[in-house]
Unconditional design. Structure first.
Length: 124
């Protein structure tokens, strides 16, 4: 985590899970597309991807998740990924994703100032 986070700028974390025939694709898409925040990951500079599945998970499924992430972020981004087996997740694939260097209109970064809006003070 430290390798990806150090100097990485604004970060996001995403979680996804699927038990369908397309579980690799669906779980990473769910992790990337959080309904709570609109984030542009195309310029992400780092990614930490953890794939966990049951005994039926294949290495190629875990690789597929990492490949999807690689195709969606900056070409020179650092990607660290790993896979683990959890027998309780039989027929399921769970993805945890941390991305650094992301952009969003909803996230303020260094040097951006928040002005009081509508009589409400915003504290950072």
């Amino acid at each position: 985590i430290k390798t990806i986070m150090k100097g990485g700028g604004v970060a996001m974390i995403g979680l996804g899970e699927s038990d369908t025939d397309n579980r690799a694709e669906e779980s990473i898409e769910e992790a990337i597309n959080s309904p709570l925040i609109d984030v542009d990951i195309s310029a992400a500079t780092g990614a930490l991807v953890n794939v966990t599945g049951g005994n039926d998970m294949s290495v190629s499924e875990a690789e597929k998740v990492a490949e999807i992430v690689q195709g969606r972020i900056a070409p020179n981004a650092r990607i660290i990924w790993g896979a683990a087996v959890d027998p309780s997740l039989e027929h399921k694939l769970r993805v945890m994703l941390i991305l650094t260097g992301v952009r969003s209109k909803q996230i303020l970064g260094p040097g951006e100032h928040v002005r009081p809006h509508g009589g409400v003070d915003i504290v950072r």
